[in-house]
Design a protein around this ligand. Structure first.
Ligand code: GAL
Length: 460
């Protein structure tokens, strides 16, 4: 063992409803925007959909047994809003409630803490049609009503709530580049959607804190995603560019939650295109997360683009690059995962230090970290040595951040299972369990066995 983690460190793994559940219209579930998006030709690689996904919906007992076998301390999953409220609001679907009750109860019986995300991108389609989804004025209140249904039914047993998963992805990929549902392309709409996502988060947290938290004694927060941005050179212009890129990426959603407003650089550069908060909204946002949820996958170099703008890649440019004047690049020596994301473990440590400094040492839970590789089943086994290397290096880097005083409290591997990877369909494998195509049987990869040891030893 080379690195011991703090006692009570939470070792977990994560999934999301649309990516694993399947059963897309079973037992009264309503359609979500991802159900619809997948039906549009050309949106998802190979025409894949989440109609069956990993069939998690019908395999709860077996999947929890897998988690138990690994000694997992926590399982992060999301609730499919339209399974609970088929039309997004109004009538509650009891069969949906029953499903999540079953999952939660199985987890608790196996000694695994449920970490529940309320929104991991599968908005009820009815809300897209009726109130313009995340662009509409009503959405924050409607989200809080949905959250209330969840707190009421599950809050006696669920003690860890995440309101929104990766508002950045929803805003930029869903409303900017249009590559994720609902597929809108615009330079302005991401800022409107992002604004409403933040207000929705704040309303749900306010409701939990005023009506549930005292008796249920749980915690609630938001999960944001961010890559690290390293200045390409030592020049002040590049250092400023990297800082600007981080503020446009993570600061966009974390500053309102920790400081009560958007970063100054966003307000200056975006002017009227960035909606503003009322004083009451600022107050409700500031301090609205009991922990800092972070999803982290990769790192890029940032350089000043004021006089030489380059076209960024869809996922890699960290947002609408023209608003930031930042060029992004990677080192030719960095190894890439199957998503073409560079493996740069030290970037994780630097990002954790940046968060600690900017937001005054909040407790951080890394709610996702992982990598896709083209794993193959050979003689009944999957030897994903590259994934083990990836996790070793990232967990080491997190351990170093902890040694430097960053209060990281938990780590969730993305993902428990190979699953539906959004626009990439099933072509990208992120799981520590291989899911056989024909039977959907699960086979623990070498990384799952390795992770079980990490959990047992509380470290590497
Ligand atoms: C995150 C997302 C997950 C998963 C992962 C790998 O952005 O929350 O759902 O897809 O990326 O791409």
């Amino acid at each position: 063992m080379i690195q011991q983690f703090p006692a009570n460190f939470i070792w977990g793994s994560a999934t999301s409803s649309y990516q694993v559940e399947g059963a897309w219209k079973a037992d009264g579930k309503g359609p979500s925007i991802w159900d619809v998006f997948c039906l549009i030709p050309g949106k998802v690689k190979n025409g894949d959909t989440g109609e069956i996904a990993c069939d998690h919906y019908n395999r709860i007992a077996a999947d929890v047994a897998l988690m138990k076998a690994m000694g997992l301390k926590a399982y992060r999953f999301s609730i499919a809003w339209s399974r609970i409220l088929p039309a997004g609001r109004g009538a509650v679907n009891q069969q949906g409630i029953d499903f999540y009750n079953k999952l939660i109860n199985e987890l608790l019986a196996a000694g695994i803490e449920p970490w529940v995300t309320l929104y991991h991108w599968d908005l009820p389609a009815a809300l897209e049609f009726e109130i313009d989804g995340w662009l509409g004025n009503e959405i924050a209140a409607v989200f809080a009503d949905y959250a209330e249904v969840c707190f009421t039914h599950f809050g006696d047993r669920v003690k860890n709530w995440i309101t929104i998963n990766e508002a950045w992805v929803v805003a930029i990929l869903g409303y900017g580049h249009g590559v994720f549902a609902p597929g809108k392309k615009s330079n302005d709409l991401p800022y409107v959607a992002g604004h409403n996502l933040l207000l929705a988060h704040a309303q749900a947290v306010h409701l939990y804190r005023t009506q549930f938290q005292q008796q249920q004694e749980g915690c609630i927060g938001i999960t944001n995603n961010c890559d690290w941005r390293e200045p390409l050179t030592d020049s002040n212009a590049d250092k400023d560019a990297a800082q600007r890129a981080l503020e446009f990426f993570l600061g966009w959603f974390a500053d309102p939650v920790y400081k009560g407003d958007y970063p100054a650089v966003m307000k200056e550069r975006l002017g009227d295109r960035l909606p503003s908060f009322t004083e009451a909204e600022k107050k409700s946002l500031k301090g609205s997360s009991d922990f800092f949820g972070l999803n982290h996958y990769t790192t890029m170099y940032a350089s000043d683009a004021t006089n030489n703008k380059e076209e960024g890649s869809v996922y890699g440019n960290g947002g609408l690059s023209e608003d930031q004047d930042v060029n992004l690049s990677i080192d030719a020596d960095w190894k890439l995962t199957d998503m073409q994301w560079a493996i740069v473990p030290w970037g994780c440590k630097k990002l954790l230090q940046w968060i600690a400094e900017r937001y005054n040492n909040p407790a951080v839970f890394i709610t996702e970290n992982g990598c896709a590789f083209d794993d193959q089943l050979v003689d009944g086994k999957v030897d994903d040595a590259e994934r083990i290397e990836f996790f070793k290096a990232y967990i080491t880097s997190i351990g170093e951040a902890i040694d430097l005083g960053v209060p990281v409290k938990g780590y969730f591997i993305w993902s428990l299972l190979d699953n539906f990877e959004w626009a990439s369909g099933y072509s990208k494998k992120f799981g520590i369990h291989y899911v056989e195509k024909e039977t959907l049987n699960r086979i623990p990869k070498a990384s799952a066995l390795w992770y079980a040891d990490v959990i047992k030893n509380n470290g590497l």
